[in-house]
Design a protein around this ligand. Sequence first.
Ligand SMILES: [Fe+2]
Ligand SMILES: [Fe+2]
Length: 354
Amino acid sequence: MKNIKRRDFLKMSGVALAASTLPISMVKVAFGKTEAEDFTFAYISDSHITHIKGNKFVRNWDRGLERAVAETNLMDPKPDFVFYGGDIAQLGKPEEIDHGLEILSGLKAKTHYVMGEHDYYVDLGDYWKKQLGPDHYSFDHKGVHFVVLNSILTYEKWMHKKWETGMHRMKQMARLDNPTGQPFMVGDKQLKWLKDDLSGISHDTPVIVFSHSPLQKIHRGWNFWTEDAEQVQDLLKPFDKVNVLYGHVHQIQTNQIGNISFNAAMATAWPWPYPSTYKQVATYLPKLTVEMNRADPFFERDATGWQFINMDTGRVDVSYVLPNNENRVVGYDEKSGHAIEKQSNNNQPAKKHY
Ligand SMILES: [Fe+2]
Ligand SMILES: [Fe+2]
């Protein structure tokens, strides 16, 4: 595995390098905020810890998460905090959530959590919330406003209908291409909360929103989709610099919709194929998506990896560290007004391998 080196990390953008060597006033210009500083955070997602029985768990998924924790602790510069993007568990069992949290407790930095559907549908998030607290919240850090949403809710009627057991409901939601499955959504209650939360934030404040599912519509059959995505986007429209970071899709996706940059996290568990390779139904894979070269789709670590996020300009640059593949950096480009692949040593052109 090619570890990211400090030199490479700082090379991601000229501003990051400048911020590390020039007086803080230079950074102030970038942010327009006196309290702002450049900083980094780490982002780990989709571990799908799977309980077998007793104290046995699927070892590969444990190892993916253990490795992510070890890598994060070795980061230089050290992250201000870590975000966990959801799907700690495979079937939402307390054993799985506890085992995942036990591994994540090895992180030296504070960790913020996002709810995934695999954490939620067995008991509608009760155990997760008992261990981790609210599923939507916000905070400010060095001049940036962070918002966490639970984007994997669905129609109340479906969630609360008379299920034989919570596990039946979970298995319905965990299935791909399930004709009786339901679309994910943020829901009216959180939309109202988000509107209130953002009402006190000045429009030049950089905003980062974390969700589990993409707050855009890509592929409905796999719920690479949030039904009320446009309503969330509308609330984010007045801000100059908005970044949405999401998990769930287990692959690199990058998109720009108006003022909003979207970046996806890879999984520590397994990679999903790109929905564009799935021909039966329409998919809306973002144009800017950097499709990973999957040299060996039967090797589950091929196209899983880590992301380190640099926030020097109020836009995120995501550095993807890809075991057995070339590391890549994607981020917002001021000149073109959208995200681009900023640095790639990629000698293998992205192509489909399924
Ligand atoms: Fe997942
Ligand atoms: Fe998910």
